[in-house]
Design a protein around this ligand. Sequence first.
Ligand code: ADP
Ligand code: F6P
Length: 460
Amino acid sequence: MSRLVIVSNRVADLTNTAQAGGLAVGVGDSLRQRGGVWLGWDGQRLKYEEPPEPRIRKMGPVSLATIPLTQQDYDEYYLGFSNSVLWPLFHYRLDLVDYKSEFLEGYRRVNGKFADALMTILQPDDVIWIHDYHLIPLASELRRRGCTQRMGFFLHIPFPPPEILAAVPRHKWLVECLLDFDVIGFQTNTDLGNLQHYVADQLGCEMSGNVIRTGEREVISGCFPIGIDVDAFSQMAQRPNEEVQIETHRRRVLRRKQIIGVDRLDYTKGLPDRLRAFERLLELYPEHVKNVALIQIATPTREEVEAYADIRRELEALSGAINGRYADFNWTPVRYMYRTVPRDALAALFRVSQVGFVTPLRDGMNLVAKEYVAAQSMDDPGVLVLSKFAGAAEELREALIVNPYDSDDMARALNRALTMSLEERQERQQALIDRIREKDANWWLKSFMDALENRNPVPA
Ligand code: ADP
Ligand code: F6P
């Protein structure tokens, strides 16, 4: 078996259980099983340039290779082109795109740095798997430096329709960069379809099934929904710490139910709309007042980008307003926490919550939805309420699927979830758990590697 070299903007500390972000979790789960090298930014912002050789740290079967960036790289490549242009654009939020030509220059420069660093550690038989929107031009940069190894790319976030993509300068260049990979993977069939339409209409490429012909080359495109390590998460969920046990016991005695939301605090996650939907539940169905609480855990993320600071302020004001209106001496309707929580605590909290409330306005996959399902017990499972705009909704059809822009629709679904019979909950849970087991972290790694190593076209 060839050595697997994974590249992403950040690497995850595989020993740290409190790490937020689908990429860190998905790649971490997969790489632990196969072993290999994982190269990424070390999180430092230096005032000066450093030589390209990465620092290597061994963690069991995985070698973590990291490089620092400069403050200018961080501003232009990370905050700028990646998170103020591509992130909003790919999440269909043209109103939040803030394009500057220096962002694009920084983006190209840093992709060049990643390529330089990688060239110092690559071996001839390596197979390279590059992740996410920060590194779209990396295959082109590597090929320019003479790299001939097989290269795959997986996009963790949505790929927008051609008419949205075309709003950003140099969109053709971006997609041509994608075509320098051997395999390009997406979370959903919708994303895959969007790319295929773009390359056929705008670049005139021929398609044969999922194979894209570009000049002399053939590029495999496919849909590989990311999964989780279901057993590991389910086992964690069965070991609640003392705090969770006491709080759950208290709620049982008081016959109170809990709705849970867990996200990075990102404007794509639909958090204000979610809080408004919870408020609407209390308005439309007053029998839930004092009997149901919403716990929302939100991890700080990209706080230097203005849109993220705005959403934080909005959420704090909204949770304060709902509590001000409804709270009583012994009941707080919204418990809002702005922090990262260890994964085992999260898993246990999912298990003791009667509703998993996952309502992004647009999301590549959303692993929280799969984690909520993995954490449930078959004896008394909770209900997943899921946005139709999460990639996960393509698979998790037995969830209660909602429109995250419609607070009445979400309130009705919450009420239905809170009052659903045990039999219906069990039926839905069985179907959902079967689905997340079928396409778990291992399946994701294997199916992508099969396409990349054996050049097996993915069925259309
Ligand atoms: P994204 O990749 O956009 O952050 P996902 O839902 O796919 O969204 O992945 C988020 C991952 O980060 C999940 O594994 C989730 O459990 C974890 N996570 C999100 N918020 C927190 C938090 N507050 N504390 C701990 N883990 C979190
Ligand atoms: O999954 C989307 C993603 O952007 C990942 O690429 C990233 O690891 C995660 O969200 C967290 O974002 P950031 O690295 O910007 O904190």
